[in-house]
Design a protein around this ligand. Structure first.
Ligand SMILES: Cc1cc2nc3c(=O)[nH]c(=O)nc-3n(C[C@H](O)[C@H](O)[C@H](O)COP(=O)(O)O)c2cc1C
Length: 200
């Protein structure tokens, strides 16, 4: 089975800084593993309700709203994926609302794992790369974002194996002026696809 990589574009700004990072990482995935199936989800183009804490998933292990909105496809894609790339700008010291709303809807996966004791059968293979940028000069705002992404990974049985953060990146396209960011993302994508080929 070829590996399947699922990418989440968290920004509402198409072609913006975090999506440029994401696209380079996916190019790295394809360079290292041409047979890999790569799927990119632009969260801002999906329509789904935020988690309502209705409790349904606590006993059933799936979300009652999945049949009614675009999260159905996300759940299916997440279930099938063994590689994940998550890209977001920092918004008010955390990930974008689009990404956070998707994370919250993964409460059903938390319930499946921790309440129903059904970890993902492919847990040992599932890895993620986190890509992030923010307009401020320091990385203080990044700490919240990485905690949020790390928590999502744990709940979804995904090991967070790589992360890249770029501060002082604000105007559209700023990331392209960084001396190494796009190449870093490409290499990180390669490592996600072929961890065994990475230097120890
Ligand atoms: C609503 C909003 C909130 C933001 N909050 C922060 C912040 O807390 N810290 C920060 O470093 N940058 C913040 N920024 C700046 C963005 O992170 C920055 O412009 C980023 O490069 C946008 O990436 P994108 O092109 O992928 O959307 C904010 C931008 C917006 C629109």
């Amino acid at each position: 089975m070829p590996q399947t990589v699922l990418a989440f574009a968290g920004s509402p700004r198409r072609g913006g800084n975090s999506e440029m990072l994401l696209d380079r990482a996916l190019a790295g995935v394809s360079a290292a593993a041409p047979e890999a199936v790569v799927r990119k989800v632009v969260l801002n183009e999906l329509r789904f309700v935020p988690c309502q804490n209705c409790g349904f998933c606590s006993t059933r292990g799936y979300c009652v709203y999945a049949a009614k909105d675009d999260m159905k496809g996300v759940y299916e894609a997440m279930d099938a994926a063994d590689g994940f790339v998550v890209a977001t700008p920092i918004y008010f010291a955390n990930v974008s609302a689009q990404l956070k709303a998707m994370f919250d809807r993964c409460q059903s996966l938390w319930a499946r794992k921790y309440l129903l004791k059904k970890p993902h059968p492919n847990a040992a293979r599932r890895r993620a790369l986190f890509l992030c940028c923010g307009g401020f000069r320091h990385d203080r705002f990044y700490q919240c974002s990485r905690q949020t992404v790390a928590a999502w990974c744990v709940c979804c049985d995904i090991k967070l194996t790589g992360e890249l953060f770029y501060p002082s990146v604000d105007a559209r396209g700023d990331i392209g002026k960084h001396p190494t960011a796009l190449q870093d993302a490409f290499e990180a994508g390669r490592r996600l696809a072929r961890p065994e080929a990475s230097p120890a």
